[in-house]
Design a protein around this ligand. Structure first.
Ligand SMILES: Cc1ncc(COP(=O)(O)O)c(C=O)c1O
Length: 394
């Protein structure tokens, strides 16, 4: 468009006083309406794994400041307004929880679970260019999307009745292609039922077949953090000590960042497979993005340091109590429901439409779920169950 055409003759632009051009009444109205909508949605928003109860007010001043963590989090860059020192602390905290080898650990804060999955797949492909990728039918939709985007040959493996990857079908597929390296995506908390693939068992199958070269990427977007807070002997194997080579977790689910972000963790010795030094940013380009958020590591750092390991563990445990309560209440009213061990997710037959819509239930194939993230209360569950009973009677 010609610049002249952009000028509205009825409202000439005041270049001397730019603030006079702003329709501040409209801006305030739109913001107020948005806040009203979000506040009204919150009490019934239990269908998706968002955590609403963390107060990030202390960080508001930093949202008037530019932050950019461009490049490798462990190398300074030419852009000094960054939070890489805090990102390093976040990575160290996660690397400890996910039992990355001391002295051989690396990672960065991503834009979300999908970027972490892309990083894990690319890392696997850079190590084993001829590999076939295997993932279960219950894998998150980002996985088939990414293997198509990256043009990686891939095989979808059946799920067993419990929602985990079917190890017999995996073994069979691996045997058929045992001359090829394998990249296996294990899902640690499937999106609909929170089933957890057992990485230790997958590694055993790879060794049994045997496959000579393999990379296991754990897509632990949903359950990686809460499960890492359970003693290793009391949960399925999924972390780096259990045999994963890379792990992606979400930052906007359990840790409750108010905007999407995530963390990917792998071994430092694999890091150089992706990226190269770039002179004008004065750092190595080892991450998938270019400019990266400095606010996301700040928020994650704040949450981690506000709660500490014990606080996070208590929050996870409370969520499991509420999930067990929801499961029991549904059972009490005769509504078919199920829940995996350790899960925050309760799966049940899809209720009538008004209830499903009000409670923002995620629904697939006649099954819905609610997710008892930290902050979801027994009172909310009681209200949901009451709505369910009314809908059933009417
Ligand atoms: C198992 C799993 N993997 C990956 C993702 C993708 O995460 P994001 O939406 O942050 O990219 C999700 C999101 O819900 C998920 O449940």
């Amino acid at each position: 468009m010609n610049a002249d055409h952009a000028v509205n003759a009825d409202h000439p632009v005041n270049a001397d006083h730019p603030e006079a051009n702003v329709d501040s009444g409209r801006v305030a109205g739109v913001l107020a309406a948005l806040a009203t909508h979000l506040d009204a949605d919150r009490p019934t928003n239990v269908g998706f794994p968002s955590t609403f109860d963390i107060d990030y007010t202390a960080l508001w001043p930093f949202f008037n400041r530019v932050l950019n963590n461009v490049g490798d989090p462990f190398q300074p860059s030419a852009f000094p307004a960054n939070t890489k020192h805090l990102e390093q602390e976040v990575i160290a905290f996660l690397a400890d929880l996910l039992r990355a080898p001391a002295g051989d650990r690396w990672g960065y804060v991503t834009t979300g679970g999908t970027e972490g999955n892309e990083y894990g797949l690319l890392l696997g492909r850079s190590l084993h260019p001829d590999a076939i990728t295997y993932f279960s039918q219950a894998a998150h939709y980002s996985v088939p999307k990414l293997v198509d985007k990256l043009r990686m040959p891939a095989i979808a493996v059946r799920t067993a009745t419990d929602g985990q990857i079917d190890l017999r079908d995996l073994r069979c597929a691996l045997r058929t292609h045992r001359d090829k390296p394998a990249i296996v995506v294990a899902t640690i908390g499937t999106t609909m039922t929170e089933a957890v693939d057992d990485v230790t068992a997958i590694r055993r199958v790879l060794n049994d077949v045997p496959i000579r070269h393999a990379h296991i990427h754990a897509d632990a977007a949903l359950s990686g953090l809460p499960l890492a807070l359970v003693a290793p002997g009391c949960r399925p194997g999924f972390d780096l000590a259990d045999g994963a080579d890379s792990i992606s977790v979400s930052g906007h689910k359990f840790v409750g960042s108010p905007f999407p972000c995530g963390i990917v963790i792998t071994r430092e010795s694999l890091r150089s497979r992706i990226g190269a030094p770039v002179d004008y940013i004065a750092t190595a380009d080892t991450t998938l993005g270019g400019s990266r958020s400095g606010h996301a590591p700040l928020l994650l750092w704040y949450a981690i340091n506000t709660f500490g390991v014990e606080g996070l563990r208590a929050r996870a445990q409370q969520s499991r109590h509420v999930a067990a309560y929801a499961h029991a209440r549904l059972h009490q009213i005769g509504w078919r429901a199920s829940r995996h061990p350790h899960a925050f997710t309760v799966v049940f037959d899809t209720p009538p439409d008004p209830v499903a819509r009000t409670w923002r239930l995620a629904t697939s194939n006649g099954q819905s779920h609610l997710i008892c993230m930290p902050g979801v209360t027994p009172a909310q569950i009681d209200q949901f169950v009451a709505d369910l009973m009314v809908s059933h009677r009417s």
